[in-house]
Design a protein around this ligand. Structure first.
Ligand code: HEM
Length: 430
């Protein structure tokens, strides 16, 4: 659907792509993108400020809408060196609209048939032929998805060509964005080795944008919802942020990571993962040990499960993050303080295989989230600026969190439109 990028390729192709992309997601590189993050976040603050009249008790704002716009612009600037949205006008960008509906449409019930057929269609000639066949399916959600993926693909190709021309002409030698660096590094590799072909480079663009957008913006919206519901936490966080003396400068990479309450507030949300499930398949016959035995319908007590080669497995990242046997009886409570004291011994000894902080939010192993440090940095910059400039309280509009491929909020169970409304008030004028 979004091309042969890191999320969709397997085996040797995945290994090569991951090797090429890993350096641009390192802490060393991330330090250099912080100014870019602030440039975009300052515009976000201005945009929200201009929509909140002065001296009101709070104005209803779709904070998810703004988090999405900021996340797209942030990954646009830091990821591919491209501006999607200057965050001034309310004119929707075609690409932003397409990516907004990608997950809800791609996981809608009407898509079930196509997902099954995809296994066979994959072998049906070239891409244009598969496109032609699928276009003829009389299923509205399939048609909608085709439109969405066409918009994403066309813009990715357009941006890629402009970037490649700049790199080949030597005009982008100090590129700091992910795609610019990737193109440079790729050019240095000889074609016979690990050099990535053009379709895989283009596939990386929508892949990275999709991987960032929905996850980060929904996590940010949930964080703001949590803070709106817990004014005491919001106040403590505000105090911690304004107490850091920066001499008028922005908090830098190290300062942001040295704020314990900001870190703890984000970890609260990391236990409610935007990607609640991960799908895996056993590549060989294997045995899965169980931490707690289970009793089958015939009364047998099982301490392990035999998984034959090819078995599909759904890993619940959410259940692991909130397992009472590990986290204690208060596992479901939203408590930043949990992270300011030693974690329960049951968590420490469980050897949870997640890449981050005993949590499965970013999964684990060779297919874990490559952008987990990028995402934390982005969220810390946005959250610290939001809390320094605004207060958030709950609005009267309903907030329904939908359990989809990516969890997202709507205002009713019937709606598929991602939105989350909070009352926003400016903290100081001018
Ligand atoms: C709150 C933010 C984020 C969350 C919760 C999240 C979560 C995840 C999870 C659970 C996976 C594994 C998916 C699976 O195979 O089951 C994943 C993979 C991935 N993520 Fe993230 N992610 C976030 C932000 C980001 C960011 C900011 C980027 C890039 C800038 C990114 C790029 C990727 C990529 C490329 C993969 C595929 C890795 C591979 O298959 O080798 N993610 N993410």
């Amino acid at each position: 659907m979004i091309g042969p990028g890191l999320v969709s390729v397997t085996g040797e192709t995945h290994r090569k792509q991951r090797k090429m992309l890993t350096p641009v997601f390192s802490a060393k590189h991330l330090c250099t993108v912080v100014p870019n993050f602030y440039r975009v976040t300052n515009k976000l603050v201005q945009a929200i400020s201009s929509r909140v009249p002065a001296h009101t008790v709070g104005t209803d704002i779709d904070v998810l809408g703004w988090m999405r716009r900021a996340a797209l612009e942030l990954i646009g600037q830091a990821g591919i060196g491209y501006s999607f949205d200057p965050l001034t006008e309310d004119v929707p960008d075609a690409y932003a609209e397409a990516i907004k509906y990608f997950a809800p449409v791609a996981t809608s019930p009407g898509m079930l048939l196509l997902r099954q057929a995809a296994l066979y269609l994959e072998h049906l000639g070239p891409a244009w032929l598969r496109h032609w066949v699928i276009e003829r399916l009389p299923v509205p959600s399939v048609r909608r998805l085709i439109h969405i993926t066409d918009v994403l693909h066309e813009r990715s190709v357009e941006i890629f060509r402009a970037k490649r021309t700049a790199v080949e002409a030597g005009n982008d030698t100090d590129a700091k964005d992910i795609m610019g660096i990737l193109l440079w590094e790729n050019m240095k590799v000889s074609p016979g080795e690990d050099r990535l072909p053009e379709d895989q480079l283009i596939g990386q663009m929508s892949t990275i944008i999709f991987a960032v957008m929905d996850t980060t913006s929904n996590a940010m919206a949930r964080t703001l919802q949590f803070l709106a519901a817990h004014p005491d936490v919001q106040m403590k966080l505000w105090r911690e942020i304004i107490d850091v003396k920066t001499g008028g400068n922005h908090l830098d990479y190290d300062q942001l990571h040295a704020l314990p309450y900001l870190d703890a507030s984000l970890r609260v949300i990391f236990r409610h993962p935007p990607a609640p499930l991960s799908a895996r398949q056993a590549l060989k016959d294997t045995v899965l040990p169980l931490s707690d035995p289970i009793r089958t319908t015939d009364g047998t007590l099982l301490h392990e499960l035999a998984l034959p080669h090819g078995t599909n497995i759904l890993v619940s990242n959410l259940a692991c993050n909130r397992n009472e046997a590990l986290w204690g009886a208060d596992a479901h409570q939203w408590k930043p303080e949990r992270w300011l004291a030693p974690l329960p011994a049951t968590v420490e000894t469980a050897a949870i295989p997640g890449v981050y902080s005993n949590l499965m939010m970013f999964m684990g192993g060779a297919r874990s989230c490559i952008g987990f440090m990028f995402s934390q940095l982005e969220m810390k910059v946005i959250l610290s600026k939001m809390i320094a400039n605004f207060t958030f309280t709950l609005s009267d509009k309903p907030m329904i969190w939908n359990f989809a491929g990516i969890s997202y909020p709507t205002v009713s169970t019937e709606s598929t439109k991602p939105e989350l409304w909070l009352k926003v008030k400016k903290l100081h004028e001018g």
